[in-house]
Ligand binder design. Structure first.
Ligand code: AMP
Ligand code: MG
Length: 391
């Protein structure tokens, strides 16, 4: 059986960006830039006061200063600051010519209606200088950047109102299993609620993708084949929950083969999610996720998510925090890579949460990360460094 790392490399090797489009700024969040972005202006665009106070010359700071004008934000100063002069200035306003300092209003004493004295506490100039953050023409964002709220702020400040971004894949999600009922139903005897579809829909939505839900398909070869035939035509990525392991009613691998899907991965030395399947037909991709809720949850996080991110123009490197264990971690079998739900303590150490196995998805409501226990490792001692993928 394949190592998880081999499976990962193989699967990511099939991910490719899907072309580009322009979106307006309101829809740029969670997209990935397909082009570098340069600033059309310097930031700040003028010498700007960082404080409410008085703009003056440093050399005059110990003298009695005459207040010659008031400069609100958004206005242009009318006068130049001369010897022993100052201007009342607001935060964000343009520093007048001649001034090289803004004295905070908290550090002045008013002497009559038009004069002030500065108290000795002043040290900063309290000026944000023209271009100190960004120079006009400078590259501020780069192709491949995943757009977060901070990126949106930069796009807005450089006038990047319609950034070029990579397209999102069309994604369909379905669950198979005769035991499944939808969440709004009360399960009869021997039935369970379909949680995986909604979990996968939510995980996909978190990436900024809008998936389509195709419902529950029974363990019926004909119905499953019809559904997958349609899905393979219509969607670029299909996530199937259940029916991929070795049971008599696990029809997914057989049907995918009948539909000419090339199966590149089926089974890896990993827990949970050993029977994960990945296949491709003419640039349409299928993930068969084992039906156990934790298997589908974890395999989405560690495999499907990097794949979808790569399809949207991001690098597919895994993001791990390397953190020390709060206490010893021991397991009985070490024959496969093991993913464990953990919390991260206030001290930055890792603590596994109570976890009963692949059906115990509830454990992940309390987890902040997924810890990796490498194949062959039985014990991690307190203080040893573990790789934790943040959730
Ligand atoms: P399977 O991968 O189809 O063999 O299913 C493995 C286990 O996961 C069984 O206990 C199923 O009842 C459970 N399971 C399968 N599909 C779902 C689903 N959509 N939601 C919740 N549990 C599921
Ligand atoms: Mg099943």
């Amino acid at each position: 059986m394949m190592l998880f790392e081999e499976g990962f490399e193989k699967i990511i090797g099939y991910a490719h960006p899907l072309g580009t489009e322009r979106v307006d700024l309101l829809h740029a969040i969670t997209r990935t830039l397909a082009d570098d972005v340069c600033s059309d202006i310097s930031m700040p665009p003028f010498n700007k006061s960082a404080m409410d106070g008085y703009a003056c010359r440093i050399v005059d700071i110990k003298n009695l200063l005459q207040v010659i004008e008031e400069i609100p934000a958004g206005t242009v100063p009318a006068k130049k600051i001369g010897v022993n002069q100052c201007a009342r200035i607001m935060t964000g306003a343009m520093v007048p010519e001649g001034a090289d300092m803004v004295v905070m209003k908290e550090y002045i004493e008013k002497i009559g209606p038009d004069h002030i004295l500065c108290t000795p506490e002043n040290s900063n100039t309290n000026i944000c200088y023209l271009g100190e953050d960004v120079k006009a023409g400078e590259q501020v964002l780069k192709k491949g950047d995943f757009i977060t709220p901070a990126h949106v702020a930069i796009l807005a400040s450089v006038g990047g109102v319609d950034p070029l971004v990579y397209n999102k894949p069309t994604v369909a999600i379905l669950s198979t299993g005769d035991e499944l009922m939808e969440p709004d139903e009360i399960p009869g005897i021997s039935k369970i609620r379909n949680s995986n579809s909604f979990q996968l829909l939510a995980q996909t939505q978190q990436l900024g993708v809008t998936p389509e839900y195709l419902g529950i398909v029974p363990d019926d070869e004909v119905l499953l084949k019809n559904m997958l035939e349609m899905a393979l035509e219509k969607f670029q990525v299909i996530l199937i929950s259940g029916g991929v392991s070795v049971g008599d009613f696990d029809f997914v691998p057989k049907i995918l083969k009948q539909l000419d899907v090339n199966i590149h991965v089926h089974g890896m030395e990993v827990k949970p999610g050993k029977h994960l399947l990945f296949g491709e037909r003419a640039n349409h991709f299928v993930f068969g996720l084992p039906g156990n809720p934790v298997s589908s949850f974890v395999q989405f996080e560690v495999l499907v998510k990097p794949f979808l991110m790569a399809m949207m123009g991001n690098s597919a490197t895994k993001s791990c925090l390397y953190l020390p264990l709060e206490e010893d971690y021991v397991r009985k079998k070490g024959d496969q890579l093991f993913f464990v739900p953990v919390t991260i303590t206030g001290q930055g150490t890792v603590l596994p949460v109570e976890y009963h196995g692949s059906a115990h998805i509830h454990a992940y409501t309390r987890a902040q990360g997924i810890m990796e226990i490498p194949k062959g490792v039985f014990i991690l001692k307190k203080g040893e460094i573990a790789c934790v993928r943040p959730l």
